[in-house]
Design a protein around this ligand. Structure first.
Ligand SMILES: [Cu+2]
Length: 287
């Protein structure tokens, strides 16, 4: 009877919930609702922690609203229901304290382990120094003598200066493309040291799963290990001046062999410049 109907309600509502949370990978898509799964252990850990909490919240919401709906419907005044008069129930009070505590521990335990792993930059295979400038990024491959400056690509810049309305079909990466991409190897633990030269910026590539402030005079660090080759885009995430919206980030993750080739080519390209920049030897004194 009444109970059978209640059970059918519960089952119908439960069937509707999974539609809300579908896993998504890589870069954000237009109208994406959930956070992305990303391409690093850090981003996937964050995604898993988020989904665990999401489902716990969804279950609590479901139980509370169903109980409330049932109470409103079944014990309505028109049916002659009279409110119970009690002010204290030890058993219930213990229950509604203990259950949330257990739930908090269940959520905090994995979240803390993941957070600790997220900040552990030890045993990195390489280090890249990221410096934020108004309004571009500089990447130094430490120990390799390779430096690149990465700024908004010419086409995006031309469109924005022209005042024309950008066309998403013709320029899908409008304001999300750069002249020089940050090339990194996959399956390699890369440490990033992040700072700025003028004002506070923030280096953020959603698919990597973290965002780090770039503060003048301070060196922050983070790490990443990308599992899938691909191009991952991001932006400066700190209001850093009038062109804050025009300093995108493009990370190109390639297989290790391809990265080695790229690095060798970059070294060869920058070597003559370095030689020119070196001070000329002092002329021998005339005797
Ligand atoms: Cu910035």
């Amino acid at each position: 009877m009444m109970q059978g109907r209640f059970l059918r309600w519960v089952m119908a509502a439960a069937a509707m919930v999974p539609v809300a949370a579908l896993a998504q990978a890589g870069d954000p898509k237009p109208w994406q609702l959930n956070m992305g799964r990303g391409v690093t252990a850090t981003s996937q850990n964050a995604y898993d922690a988020h989904m665990l909490v999401f489902w716990i919240c969804a279950a609590i919401g479901l139980v509370v609203f169903l109980a409330m709906g049932y109470a409103i419907f079944a014990f309505r005044k028109s049916r002659g229901a009279v409110a119970a008069k009690w002010s204290h129930h030890t058993g219930l009070e213990v229950l509604w304290t203990v259950i949330p505590v257990i739930l908090l521990v269940v959520m905090a335990w994995p979240a803390t382990t993941k957070l600790i792993a997220m900040y552990d930059t030890r045993d990195s295979a390489m280090t890249i120094k990221v410096t934020g400038y108004q309004w571009m990024w500089k990447y130094d491959y430490l120990g390799e003598d390779v430096s690149i400056t990465s700024r908004l690509d010419r086409e995006s810049d031309r469109i924005r200066q022209s005042g024309a309305r950008p066309d998403a079909a013709a320029n899908p990466y409008y304001l999300l493309d750069v002249d020089n991409e940050l090339v990194v190897p996959v399956d390699t633990k890369i440490r990033f040291v992040i700072t700025a030269d003028d004002v506070i910026h923030s280096w953020w590539v959603p698919a990597l799963g973290w965002k780090q402030d770039a503060v003048p005079g301070i060196v922050n660090e983070h790490w990443t290990e990308i599992s899938e080759p691909g191009v991952y885009r991001g932006q400066c995430a700190e209001l850093c001046g009038k062109d804050h919206g025009f300093m995108p980030i493009v990370v190109r993750a390639v297989p290790v062999a391809e990265y080695e080739q790229w690095l060798a080519a970059e070294k060869a390209r920058s070597a003559p410049v370095a030689a020119q920049a070196a001070p000329a030897p002092a002329a021998p004194a005339a005797g």
